[in-house]
Design a protein around this ligand. Structure first.
Ligand code: PLP
Length: 423
């Protein structure tokens, strides 16, 4: 029954029941954490054989001694495995260090300090810099913008990706709009998969800035959790077919494939962008950790190997996503206190609660020993104007703890929601 159909007296009864459930919850003295978008130990164990897989081998397919400096583009055989997965020709895909976030950060720094293909000047010499930020989104993208004084303009997500009418309007109107953050598959945190039409419109739209860039963070490219396995359209090809070959930077990594602290990150783009980025990177490194890249090649072997490995992850992760959905459904289905869509991949579930109650839900959960990502983290500057989004990260706790924690969260949503309706 929706709140609009309830009398005040009925809401009071429901609120009092939620209060009793909440008091019981607090009495349990839980200590659970749904804040961290990290692989669990069980997931990391899947890649354990990688640690001693080299057994003295240190030679690339072409005979290069990988112990030495060099090979700035990364190990070709690893780029061959991941090129098709990131929809980038392997000649245009660099395999770098262990973090794609680092590559995104560095790309912005290089754009600030050097002139990018198609740019009239360095971004540091522009009066204003603006990035479009689909919301809810990934807080670390927003932190990079904040760090470098790049203004952030939120754009609402739809089930097909960012609201493209709004994106097209903003990029056409203002040459200060230089970029957009996109997590096109299983978005962090709402799990959205961009539709083909969204990808085509991003590639084709006229932009006032000649050096506008799409930061295509395909962090969850292979992170399917069900048999649905959707594929997004190939943005690099679409951009080039639309006459904007240099528009997109593609990022990805194996952080949540193998080891989050010891994976390999990738940068893919047009030949001109790759040459620009590689030339800039050559000033800061004499080559990546190719031994770790060789470990990945020997362990994952090929695209089929990556797929099989990701299925093993899904066996661990999917039951946790189902537990989130079940706990929310049990207490909140049919009410208008919360909405959520169960993602079919990635690492997060986004929970939308009654406007003005997200911070209260997080506070109540904390008092009950359940740590949630701070409300607002899904928005630029940490401020969700509606105070309605909560990011849930169910991968780290064991399954039973996810179920317990989420039942507690649902109780907090009920208490905060009914209190709000009575305020
Ligand atoms: N991009 C997104 C969308 C993420 O959710 C994360 C981690 O949660 C990252 C990037 C971090 O990637 P990496 O470990 O390659 O730096």
């Amino acid at each position: 029954m929706t709140a609009a159909e309830l009398t005040t007296e009925e809401i009071v009864v429901l609120r009092d029941a939620a209060r009793r459930d909440y008091d019981d919850l607090v009495a349990k003295k839980l200590s659970l954490d749904l804040t961290r978008g990290k692989p669990s130990s069980a997931q990391l164990d899947l890649s354990e054989p990688m640690l001693d897989i080299l057994q003295g081998d240190h030679t690339a397919a072409d005979g290069t001694d990988l112990r030495n400096y060099g090979g700035p583009a990364g190990l070709p055989e690893l780029r061959d495995i991941f090129g098709p997965l990131f929809q980038v020709p392997s000649a245009q895909l660099l395999a770098a260090g262990n973090s794609s976030l680092e590559l995104m950060h560095d790309t912005i720094v290089q754009a600030l300090l050097g002139v990018m293909p198609g740019a009239e000047r360095r971004w540091a010499d522009e009066e204003r810099l603006v990035f479009l930020c689909p919301v809810p989104g990934y807080d670390r993208h927003f932190s990079i913008c904040e760090r470098f004084g790049i203004e952030m303009v939120p754009v609402a997500m739809t089930p097909d990706g960012p609201d493209m009418d709004e994106v097209e309007r903003l990029v056409a109107a203002d040459p200060a709009v230089k970029g957009i953050w996109c997590v096109p598959k299983y978005s962090n945190p709402d799990g959205t998969v961009y539709s083909d039409e969204t990808v085509a419109r991003l590639a084709a739209m006229p932009t006032a800035a000649p050096d506008f860039r799409i930061f295509w963070d395909n962090a969850y490219a292979v992170h399917h959790l069900t048999e649905e396995r959707p594929e997004i359209a190939d943005i690099l090809t679409r951009c080039s077919e639309s006459g904007h070959p240099d528009r997109v930077f593609v990022f990805g990594s194996t952080s949540k494939v193998t080891m989050a602290g010891g994976g390999v990150a990738f940068f893919g783009s047009s030949p001109a962008n790759v040459a620009w980025f590689a030339a800039a990177s050559a000033k800061r490194t004499i080559g990546p950790d190719k031994l770790n890249q060789l470990r990945h090649v020997k362990f994952l072997k090929d695209g089929a190997g990556v797929e099989a490995h990701m299925r093993a992850h899904a066996e661990i992760v999917w039951p946790k996503f189902e537990a989130v959905d079940k706990a929310l459904t049990e207490q909140l289905e049919g009410s208008d206190l919360a909405s959520w869509a169960l993602p079919k991949g990635g690492y997060f579930v986004a929970l939308q609660v009654l406007p003005g109650t997200a911070s209260e839900v997080v506070r109540l959960a904390k008092e009950a020993g359940i740590a949630l990502t701070p409300a607002g983290a899904t928005h630029p500057y940490g401020k969700d104007p509606e105070d309605s989004w909560i990011r849930l990260a169910p991968t780290v706790p064991v399954l039973a703890d996810v179920a317990t924690a989420m039942a507690g969260v649902a109780t907090c949503v009920r208490l905060a929601g009914f209190d709000k309706l009575l305020a």
